[in-house]
Design a protein around this ligand. Structure first.
Ligand code: GLN
Length: 492
């Protein structure tokens, strides 16, 4: 099978080919490595890749399979990880100079689960420094480019994870989502991206940004592939005290159960001003599709919608200022060689090691937590967060899922928002409230603009009901498969 054909296969298709012994993991891995070597100097999705290690894992998988000891449907399938997820012995930079020379001493739980499933894992994918941003322009090691148009951003912060799947450099990746960082880049790159319910996937070994919001989740070409990867990485973990003790259903089986007619809600507050017309048209077409399949569409109201962005920027920055205090120039981070005394070590190492956006957030967060301002900002934001969650709880008494666009615009050009933090922050206006409420949400490709840039549809579900959300998303995706359309750049 030619490598051009292999690159277009979904993970489920690759898994079938492996099971039927029509191909080896080594052949698959080599095809993707060839693609990475061919185009990644243009896309810059990868910060690091150990090719030998990748190939050794592929050969090990082939040996297991030959002995009939294959570990899971993911055995032999390459999966690359955002550079905030620990892999023992590999670098983890979080796209920050301060961690430039750090090597992970242990595996994240998701990494361990992938290894136990036999996946071929490796590669460190680019992001906005410490996952703060929506474009990857905040990476200390240069931005990732959108495979659909190299002058445009891939979204962020998991821009390397979305671009790598869109450019057919790897069939599956993992990212992290604190306010939209999986769904927004998935939407801008025309691939599927899913943020699970808070507590569904262990955060052990994830470099923390805002611990009450962060979740790890999958990127893929199809919803079916996202289900496959999610099933492997989900589940209770005693090493993460916020991980929820619940059974992980077989998403891959449930997705094929017939979908009973459901009720889908369109929140009127999301469909106001600020949405690009082409985005609006695509979402309306997707809504029509669901209607034509016998599902009921109702208007719903989430009155706290406009509070989500400000609440997020108080809570996320407060948590970030606390989480990032550990990067102090004393322990595992790089240390300034201009420091003359202990206080200088902290100040200069952090001053030199962190980029502008990270500094802005640490300062903002420390301010919001400081005595005298705590009640006015942090406490008030926490109370408002409860109202946002209650809004969703009320709506989910009436509907099975909520439909919105993922991002108000398609991919934008480099530099167009980087000098204006507020306009950058608003690119997550549709994704942030689900993190505050802890809910699962998925972005599914739903078409293209006239300029051939992808558009994404967001579906939000009730907590711990990934099965039903994936089924509803699959019903659309299986008919349209926009994530299986490749950008010209990805084709040889
Ligand atoms: N863009 C948002 C931010 O900059 C969300 C980031 C994320 O989800 N990690 O905070």
């Amino acid at each position: 099978m030619s490598s051009a054909v292999l690159l277009e296969k979904t993970a489920v298709e690759l898994s079938d080919l492996l099971r039927n012994k029509e191909i080896t993991s080594e052949e698959i891995t080599k095809a993707f490595l060839k693609q990475i070597n061919r185009i990644d100097d243009q896309v810059h999705a990868f910060l690091h890749l150990d090719e030998q290690d990748f190939l050794t894992q592929a050969k090990d998988s082939d040996k297991r399979r030959a002995q009939g000891k294959s570990l899971s449907p993911l055995d032999g399938i390459p999966v690359a990880l955002k550079d905030v997820i620990s892999v023992k012995g590999q670098p983890l930079t979080a796209a920050s100079k301060i961690l430039e020379n750090y090597i992970s001493p242990y595996d994240a739980t998701v990494t361990r689960k992938l290894k136990e499933a036999g996946a071929v894992i490796g590669g460190r994918l680019n992001l906005d420094e410490f996952a703060m941003g929506s474009s990857t322009e905040n990476s200390a090691f240069g931005p990732t480019r959108n495979p659909w148009n190299l002058n445009c951003v891939p979204g962020g912060s998991s821009g390397g994870s979305s671009a790598a799947v869109a450019a057919r450099e790897v069939p599956l990746t993992l990212g992290s989502d604190t306010g939209g960082s999986i769904r927004q880049p998935a939407s801008l790159c025309g691939v599927v991206g899913m943020k699970p319910t808070y507590g569904m996937v262990s955060r052990y070994g994830l470099a923390a940004f805002a611990s009450s919001l962060d979740q790890i989740g999958p990127f893929s070409k199809t919803v079916e592939d996202a289900a496959l990867l999610l099933e492997i990485i989900s589940g209770h973990d005693p090493l993460d005290s916020t991980s929820f003790p619940t059974e992980v259903p077989s998403y891959t089986q449930k997705i094929h159960d017939p979908l009973a007619p459901c009720t889908l809600g369109l929140p009127k507050e999301f469909f106001g001003e600020g949405m690009d017309n082409e985005v609006r048209n695509s979402i309306e077409k997707a809504v029509e599709f669901y209607r034509s399949q016998g599902h009921r569409i109702v208007e719903v109201s989430l009155p706290t919608t406009d509070l989500a962005v400000p609440v997020y920027y108080v809570i996320a920055t407060a948590e970030a200022s606390s989480n990032l205090a550990r990067y102090d120039g004393i322990r595992y981070t790089s240390r300034s060689n201009r420091a003359k005394n202990a206080v200088d070590v902290y100040a200069k190492s952090r001053g030199e090691g962190f980029g502008e956006e990270v500094k802005r957030r640490c300062i903002l967060g420390a301010y919001g937590l400081s005595s005298g301002y705590y009640d006015a900002y942090y406490l008030k934001a926490q109370k408002t967060r409860t109202l946002i969650r209650e809004d969703f709880n009320r709506v989910f008494k009436e509907v099975d899922a909520i439909i919105t666009p993922t991002s108000p615009t398609p991919a934008f050009e480099f530099g167009s928002k980087s000098d204006d933090p507020i306009s950058m922050y608003l690119s997550d206006i549709y994704t942030i409230s689900t993190n505050l409420a802890g809910l699962p949400a998925i972005s599914v490709p739903c078409g293209f603009t006239e300029a051939n840039l992808p558009i994404g549809l967001q579906l939000i579900g009730p907590a711990f009901n990934e099965s039903s959300l994936l089924k509803i998303a699959h019903a659309y995706d299986n008919e349209h498969k926009f994530g299986c359309v490749s950008p010209t750049l990805a084709k040889e």
